[in-house]
Write a protein that binds this ligand. Structure first.
Ligand code: WT7
Length: 649
């Protein structure tokens, strides 16, 4: 099995001593599982509540309500709490633009801007419970806007600025957002991304939208519709300096964030306010061992859940100093990130295996140009990290000093679930393993029937009881919520990942067990991509699969059956690639396109992606006894071989 080479004995870097799980961690874990309600209410008391809860957990499977009857405000936790202390003059955000501009916001500046923004939202008629779509680059305003929404109890839905206009329309329609907050544009690799123009393309399909707030970033000319579109700077001029935070119910939704599933339609993951904040506040301390003097940089874009939990809500709830950067990692030079680490004295760096592998390819001469001695702790998230990349990160970035926290979690889990916890105890690490579940998280690895498998055997990763950061629902689609997460193993949360627990109890997450693809750590559903391809008039049928990619982990490979009247051509290939990019965004750019005459299917008509993946990767095709038409495997294979030969020639 592929993970075999990954297993190294505990004893390699940061070995500590003794046998794990042990020590303080084990005490917390025992207590959290014996008395979860007592344990989580202890954690919850670390936040400020307007009213404490009447009930810690109301578990009516598959719906969990945490801290029922309690009232709090997430913006208050992240901002007001700190301006009431000496932290008012502490740095909240260090922002660096791609072209080198800098902005530093103290907690008191953040407080003022958030209040004014909240006042602007109120002037647009926004009320508690209204949905607001954010389509913004990585600039301080995106964080200010999120917190302003939270302040008045409005529900934000952030749309990654690398997504297409169609993705915006989809999400606006699903949420019924009244307001869009965007910018004239954003910078990426020296070019601008025309955000407001993108919205203009689809605004006719967004009938719920009454107003658009536009942040000036690039200064480019953009169409502004009188009465509907407003410059943020104008609204801020007339804004109040104080807006009372709304004391919302713990179960009030804080945000909706869309993620890909196995159908063409992304799922709107709904997170609560109380449980989500409690879970992230405690987990952040356990995993990152955050200290008052820490300078923390999580490189994720705000458009992903990592940006929500690990850039905004968890660190700010601790009053941490957070670095954010607008642009591309290797722009204008490959050492841009290392320059930022040195310049701001970053002590905690949290990033993705894809980024590490990319830098690994450029070579260690780039980090070596910089003094990275401020680093104390490194983190990884989004996909399995291969030991080679782990060691490179450990050696060339961490200077063999810094433990690496490999954190497993999902958009749905709200916060980190499985990870080393140096904030509790030093953990002996194993490169490639996410180590142990956080206190209060009850994981298991099971077979298809839900029976726990033995140590060393691959199975499905499940969570056996609810946790405070658990999603509340899929927006507008409770049936899908039930079917996706709770139908295969009733009563247990089905993560959709393969995992293994080794003999020492360490967890290894080994990729998705469903039809979700992971490209550069980002989730893509096969159906989303296929829908975009099939919409082309020349296409009869299409299947997307993936192959291993040195940096991105996986890359997309399209198999396309053309209509009888059509002939394969390079132009057609390019058109199909362009279609997918337009429908989803550049992250979904297919790496290869193959024209074939049939697709391998099971007797029930399901495409055998395993076969396509093997073919695309040049591997042996395994058991094909359930194939409806075995010939098609050969055919796909032949097509692949000839096309690669052609490409090589
Ligand atoms: C999926 C969730 C959670 C933030 C970023 C991704 C994979 C995530 C790890 C890890 C192995 C990982 C899983 C998971 N994944 N972290 N440390 N090791 N795999 O969020 O888009 O919701 O994706 O990412 O497959 O299910 P997401």
């Amino acid at each position: 099995m592929a993970h075999k080479d990954k297993q190294e004995k505990a004893g390699t870097p940061h070995a500590g001593s003794g046998i794990w799980p042990a020590g303080r961690y084990m005490d917390m874990r025992r207590r959290s599982l014996q008395d979860p309600e007592g344990f989580w209410s202890e954690q919850a008391r670390k936040l400020d509540w307007y009213k404490t809860w009447d009930q810690v957990l109301d578990w009516d499977p598959p719906y969990a309500k945490w801290f029922v009857g309690g009232r709090l405000n997430a913006c208050y936790q992240c901002v007001d709490r700190h301006v009431r202390s000496w932290r008012k003059s502490k740095v909240a955000l260090y922002w660096e633009g791609e072209s080198g501009e800098e902005r530093v916001l103290s907690y008191s500046t953040l407080f003022r801007e958030v209040n004014q923004f909240a006042s602007a939202l109120k002037s647009m008629g926004i009320e508690t419970g209204d949905r607001i779509a954010l389509y913004l680059p990585m600039i301080p305003e995106v964080i200010v806007a999120m917190l302003a929404c939270a302040r008045i109890g409005a529900v934000h839905t952030v749309i990654f600025s690398g997504f297409s206009a169609y993705a915006v329309a989809d999400r606006v329609q699903d949420t019924g957002a009244k307001l869009i907050i965007t910018a004239d544009g954003g910078y990426r690799r020296g070019k601008t991304i025309p955000l407001k123009k993108n919205i203009e393309e689809v605004i006719d399909q967004c009938s719920s939208v009454e107003n658009i707030i536009v942040v000036k970033r690039t200064g480019e000319q953009v169409p502004m519709k009188e009465g509907r579109d407003h410059w943020l700077s104008d609204l801020m001029k007339n804004a109040d300096m104080w807006v009372e935070p709304e004391a919302v119910e713990a179960t009030h939704p804080l945000y909706i964030l869309y993620t890909s599933g196995t159908t063409g339609k992304p799922k709107g993951i709904v997170h609560s306010t109380g449980g989500y904040m409690v879970f992230n506040h405690s987990g952040y301390q356990w995993v990152f061992n955050i200290q008052e003097q820490s300078i923390y940089w999580c490189t994720a874009d705000i458009g992903w859940v990592t940006g929500h939990s690990q850039v905004v809500y968890a660190p700010l709830s601790h009053g941490a100093a957070v670095v954010i950067y607008e642009g591309a990692p290797d722009y204008p030079e490959v050492d841009r990130w290392w320059d930022i680490v040195e310049k701001y004295g970053v002590s905690i760096l949290y990033t993705s295996p894809t980024a590490i592998r990319t830098f690994m390819r450029y070579g260690e001469k780039w980090p070596q140009k910089h003094d990275l001695s401020s680093l104390e702790l490194l983190g990884s998230v989004g996909e399995p990290i291969n030991p080679k990349a782990w060691h490179w990160y450990y050696t060339h970035i961490g200077g063999e000093r810094c433990p690496i926290v490999d954190t497993w979690w999902q958009t749905e889990t709200g916060g980190i679930m499985i990870s080393p916890t140096p904030g509790i105890d030093p953990v002996p690490l194993k490169p490639g393993s996410v180590c142990f579940p956080l206190p209060g998280i009850d994981t298991a690895v099971v077979d298809n029937e839900g029976k726990e498998v033995e140590a060393g055997t691959r199975g499905e990763l499940i969570i056996k009881r609810p946790w405070p950061g658990m999603l509340m629902n899929i927006y507008n689609d409770p049936d899908r919520y039930q079917a996706t997460y709770w139908s295969q193993f009733p009563g247990y949360y089905d993560a959709g990942d393969f995992a293994m627990r080794d003999e020492d109890g360490y967890m290894w997450v080994m990729g998705r067990s469903d039809e979700v693809l992971k490209v550069a750590g980002h989730r893509l559903g096969t159906a989303e991509v296929e829908d975009a391809v099939v919409a082309h008039p020349a296409v009869a049928e299409a299947a997307v699969s993936s192959k291993a990619h040195e940096e991105k982990g996986e890359s997309l490979v399209l198999f396309v059956i053309l209509k009888k009247s059509e002939a394969p051509s390079d132009t057609l290939k390019e058109e199909l690639v362009k279609r997918v990019r337009e429908a989803i965004g550049p992250i979904a750019t297919p790496e290869d396109v193959y024209f074939v005459n049939s697709l391998p299917k099971t007797r029930s008509g399901k495409i055998m992606r395993r076969v396509l993946k093997a073919v695309a990767s040049g591997e042996e095709v395994g058991d094909v006894s359930t194939l409806e038409n075995e010939a098609s495997v050969d055919e796909v294979k032949k097509a692949y071989e000839s096309l690669t030969q052609e490409a090589e020639a």
